[in-house]
Design a protein around this ligand. Structure first.
Ligand code: HAX
Length: 449
C-alpha cells in the first residue's frame, strides 16, 4: 500500500465512528428548515450535504481542510524553483487533512507519473469526434470511454464488502486524475493544432507536464498549478460537485461520476463563465479599438449589457458575498507577471465600476468578482486563445476535489441520494395555511429571497 493510501486508511478508521455516532444517536437533530423560496429557488442555502474536504464561508471564501487559499499556497511543498505548489500535494491534503511532507509529495507525484499513459482507444475516440465539437463534450466522452478500466466496477461485480468500497475508488481516482492532463492536451492538439501532440515528459510534475504538453514555456507551469489548485473544490453544493456526488451515490464509479460532473460544469452559469468573460471583454476591446476604456466608457458598456438582459460574467456568486479569494490570487499573479496586458488592465477598470452598478441595479446578492473574472485572461495571455477550452482546464482542477470527496463518500458509506419533491398545489396549500397562521407576515421577506 502507498504511504498516502495507508495514511488515508488510518484517517478513515478514525472518522467512521464519528459518522456512525451522529447517525445512531443524533439522526433526529434538526439541521435547518426549507422554505418555499428555497424549494423553487434551486435549494439555495439548504443544509443537506456533508463534506469535510472544503467549506465555503460567504465572507471569507473557500477553505480546503480548514486552510484558507493563501495558507494552502504558502504551506504545500513546491517543485524546485516553482512559485506555485505541487498539484499532487493538494490531492494529498484534500484526502487526509494534513499538509504532506516533501517526500510524501514526491512519492505521490511518482504515482501520478506511472498512471498517466492513456489507452490507445481514448485517442481514437477523440479523433472520431466531428469537427467543431465542444471540447467539454469531448472531454466528458473521453472520460466516459475509460469506464471499462474501473477497478470499482470490477470489484463490485465480484462482490466486494461495503467497507472496502473506498479502496478501488481511490485507485480509479488516481488513475483518472493522472490521465486528465493527457486527455485535455490531446483534445487541444486535435481541435486547434492539427492533431500535433507533444508527448508527456515523465520527469515533470502534473502542472509542469501539462504546460509542456500544451507547448507553453514557464511561467505557464505555475499558471497550471495555480489554476488546478484554485478550481479544485468549492464545497459540495455547486453544480459540478453535487452532480458528481449524486451520480456516485448510486454506486456509479469514478469515470461515470466525473464525466457527469463535467457536463454540469459546462453550463454558462458555472464553469463556462470564464470564457464568457473573455468573449465579453474581447467585444469591448474591439469596440475600443484596443484602447483602455475610461471608467465612464466602461460603465456604459456594463449598463448596455445589463439592459440587454444579460448578466455581467465573472461577477456574483450563489454563496460568496465578498471578492472571491481565487480572483485575488490570480490578480496577484497577473500583477507580477503580466501587469501590462491589455485585458488585465480592463479587469482593473471592471473591478472599480461593476460592483457599484450591480448594487445600483439591486438584483445580484453579491456584486463582487468571482474566480472566472480573471482566469480566461491569463490563459489568453499565454497563448491559449480558444475560449471554449478554458472550462476543460477548470474541469481538470475540479476533478481533484470531487474525486477526494467521492473516496470519502464511499469510505463513510454515504447512501443513495433521494430528496423528496412536492407539487405546486401542495406548496399553494402550505402557503395558504401559513398565511392563515401568521397573517400577512408569512410572505414578508420574500423580496429578499
Ligand atoms: N450580472 C447581472 N445580474 C446578476 C449577476 C451578474 N453578474 N449576478 C446575479 N445577478 C442577478 C441574477 O441573474 C438574478 O436575477 P433574476 O432575479 O432576474 O433571476 C438576481 O441577480 C439574483 O441572483 P443571485 O441570487 O445574486 O445569484 P444566483 O445565486 O442566482 O446566481 C450566479 C449566481 C453566479 C449564477 C450569478 O451571480 C451569475 O449569473 N453571475 C454571472 C455568471 C458567472 O460569473 N458565473 C460564474 C460563477 C462562479 C462559478 O461557479 N464558476 O464556476
Amino acid at each position: 500500500m502507498s504511504s498516502l493510501k495507508e495514511k488515508l486508511y488510518q484517517k478513515i478508521e478514525e472518522h467512521r465512528p464519528r459518522t456512525k455516532k451522529l447517525l445512531t444517536d443524533y439522526c433526529d437533530v434538526v439541521v435547518g428548515e426549507v422554505t418555499i423560496g428555497q424549494a423553487i429557488g434551486g435549494m439555495r442555502g439548504v443544509k443537506s450535504l456533508v463534506t469535510d474536504i472544503s467549506y465555503l464561508d460567504p465572507q471569507e471564501g473557500i477553505r480546503y481542510r480548514g486552510y484558507t487559499l493563501p495558507e494552502v499556497f504558502e504551506k504545500l511543498p513546491k517543485p524546485p524553483g516553482a512559485e506555485m505548489p505541487y498539484v499532487e500535494g493538494l490531492f494529498s491534503l484534500l484526502l487526509t487533512g494534513e499538509i504532506p511532507t516533501d517526500n510524501e509529495v514526491a512519492d505521490l507525484a511518482d504515482e501520478f507519473r506511472k498512471r498517466r499513459i492513456l489507452p490507445r482507444y481514448v485517442y481514437e475516440v477523440i479523433d472520431a469526434f466531428p469537427s467543431f465539437s465542444s471540447p467539454m463534450a469531448i472531454f466528458s466522452a473521453a472520460i466516459l470511454t475509460m469506464q471499462r478500466e474501473s477497478f470499482f466496477a470490477k470489484k463490485y461485480q465480484a462482490g466486494i464488502s461495503k467497507m472496502d468500497y473506498w479502496d478501488p475508488t481511490y485507485e480509479d481516482s488516481l488513475n483518472l486524475l493522472a490521465k486528465l492532463p493527457e486527455v485535455a492536451s490531446y483534445i487541444y492538439a486535435k481541435l486547434y493544432r492539427d492533431g500535433k501532440r507533444i508527448q508527456s515528459n515523465p520527469n515533470l510534475d502534473m502542472g509542469a507536464n501539462f504546460a509542456h504538453m500544451m507547448g507553453i514555456p514557464p511561467p505557464y507551469d505555475d499558471v497550471s498549478r495555480l489554476n488546478f489548485i484554485i478550481h479544485a473544490d468549492h464545497e459540495s453544493g455547486n453544480v459540478s460537485a453535487h452532480t458528481g456526488h449524486l451520480v456516485a451515490s448510486s454506486l456509479s464509479d469514478i469515470y461515470l461520476s466525473i464525466s457527469a460532473m463535467i457536463n454540469g460544469l459546462a453550463g454558462p452559469l458555472h464553469g463556462l463563465a470564464n470564457q464568457e468573460v473573455l468573449r465579453w471583454m474581447q467585444d469591448l476591446a474591439e469596440k475600443m479599438d484596443g484602447q483602455i476604456p475610461s471608467e465612464d466608457q466602461m460603465k456604459k458598456f456594463v449598463w448596455d449589457t445589463l439592459n440587454s438582459g444579460q448578466v455581467i460574467p465573472g461577477f456574483g456568486h450563489a454563496v460568496l458575498r465578498k471578492t472571491d479569494p481565487r480572483y485575488t490570487l490570480q490578480r496577484e499573479f497577473c500583477q507580477t507577471h503580466m501587469k501590462d496586458d491589455l485585458l488585465f488592465q480592463y479587469t482593473d477598470v471592471l473591478y472599480k465600476v461593476v460592483p457599484p452598478i450591480l448594487l445600483e441595479q439591486g438584483k445580484a446578492k453579491n456584486p463582487w468578482p468571482n474566480v472566472d473574472a480573471q482566469s480566461g485572461i491569463i490563459h489568453w495571455h499565454y497563448g491559449i486563445t480558444e475560449y471554449e477550452f478554458y472550462t476543460v482546464l477548470f474541469g481538470i482542477g475540479r476533478s481533484i476535489g470531487i474525486t477526494a470527496n467521492l473516496i470519502w463518500d464511499r469510505a463513510l458509506g454515504y447512501p443513495l441520494e433521494r430528496p423528496k419533491s412536492v407539487t405546486t398545489e401542495m406548496l399553494e396549500k402550505m402557503a395558504i395555511a401559513a398565511t392563515a397562521d401568521k397573517g400577512k407576515n408569512a410572505s414578508k421577506n420574500c423580496k429578499d429571497g
